[in-house]
Design a binder for this molecule. Structure first.
Ligand SMILES: Cc1cc2nc3c(=O)[nH]c(=O)nc-3n(C[C@H](O)[C@H](O)[C@H](O)COP(=O)(O)O)c2cc1C
Length: 315
């Protein structure tokens, strides 16, 4: 049978089997690459659900992580890591975390505003907003958002070999008080702040420029978004996870704990910006590797794990 004949025969057959065309169309609409692309365009339900692109990839990395995470609580390694963190030097390094912050060239932020809006009404009013106006935010608004997300709010006294010290505590909870998440501000339209990338330093409540001469970051080049104009947001917040800060203690659970921490920080930030009358939208579609390169994070021990746009909405 020639190819032409077989194509015609197939078309004829498909015309009689309506449901097969629907299955093929469904498969094509739900993925650009089928795991069975070498044999047929029809995807099995499992492949559709798992979204796997290649039969060589066996399962999700996330699935593997969760399986290991469930196990790691009983791991000797995890138990040793946890007990190690009660040693004097580990406690002292937590108590002196402020020494990791850099002073030279750091920009002091104004104090945070005390927000009076009721908690329940702020929780109800919080909505993701995507229509940014491009109107600049004040430095005070930025400082208030950052402080509510990660500011120092208390201290935990500790005694180390007869000497007393204190671990600074922050507005959002963190597994073991280790705080492996750092916030990077990509300023675009903030009064009194040159467009550029800055790391928020919670202990000194300062911004540290990531580049010697602040340079604007082209947000549109780092995001895949159809319904947002990133250039009109006042600033973006990038959440960076420093793997070794908590995985030395918690093993594989370190990542899980860090992502929980991101959620806590993020909710505080959304509530604060809502109370300030700003809109914001989390962005899942960012170019992780490109962003890490632009910001100078290695993508091995330091990873971009979340991204949020914040600014004034259109009136
Ligand atoms: C991790 C995460 C990623 C998100 N990514 C996007 C995104 O890429 N684009 C977008 O428009 N909204 C994004 N959102 C916002 C959600 O679409 C939004 O929170 C959801 O529709 C619920 O609406 P609400 O926030 O107004 O309550 C994201 C939210 C989260 C938590």
């Amino acid at each position: 049978m020639s190819l032409k004949d077989s194509e015609e025969a197939l078309s004829e057959y498909l015309e009689q089997q309506d449901h097969l065309t629907s299955i093929a169309t469904f498969g094509q609409h739900h993925t650009s690459v089928s795991v069975y692309s070498t044999t047929t365009v029809v995807r099995a339900p499992e492949a559709v659900v798992r979204g796997r692109w290649s039969p060589a990839v066996d399962g999700f990395a996330g699935e593997q992580l969760l399986l290991n995470h469930r196990r790691s609580g009983r791991d000797l390694g995890m138990q040793l890591g946890v007990s190690r963190y009660y040693a004097h030097d580990a406690v002292l390094s937590s108590a002196h975390a402020d020494l990791r912050e850099r002073e030279d060239g750091a920009i002091t932020l104004p104090g945070h505003r005390r927000l009076k809006t009721g908690l329940t009404s702020t929780v109800v009013a919080r909505r993701s907003g995507r229509q940014f106006s491009g109107r600049p935010a004040s430095l005070n608004d930025l400082a208030t958002v950052l402080w509510h997300g990660q500011g120092i709010t208390g201290s935990l006294p500790v005694t180390v070999q007869d000497a007393s010290a204190a671990v600074s505590l922050r507005s959002a909870p963190s597994g073991g008080g280790l705080y492996p998440i750092r916030l990077v501000v990509l300023a675009q339209h903030v009064k009194g702040l040159a467009p550029g990338a800055y790391e928020y330093q919670p202990h000194s409540h300062t911004l540290y420029p990531l580049h010697r001469i602040p340079m604007p970051v082209d947000l549109a080049a780092h995001l895949w978004t159809a319904d947002v104009e990133p250039g009109k947001a006042a600033f973006a917040l990038v959440y960076v996870y420093d793997l070794y800060v908590n995985s030395q203690k918690y093993g594989d659970s370190g990542l899980v704990f860090a992502l929980i921490e991101v959620g806590g920080i993020s909710q505080n930030i959304h509530l604060a910006r809502t109370a300030l009358g700003l809109i914001a939208c989390d962005q899942g579609g960012y170019d992780k590797q490109a962003l890490e390169k632009t910001l100078g994070f290695d993508g091995t021990s330091r990873h971009v794990v979340h991204f949020t746009l914040v600014g004034h909405g259109e009136a």
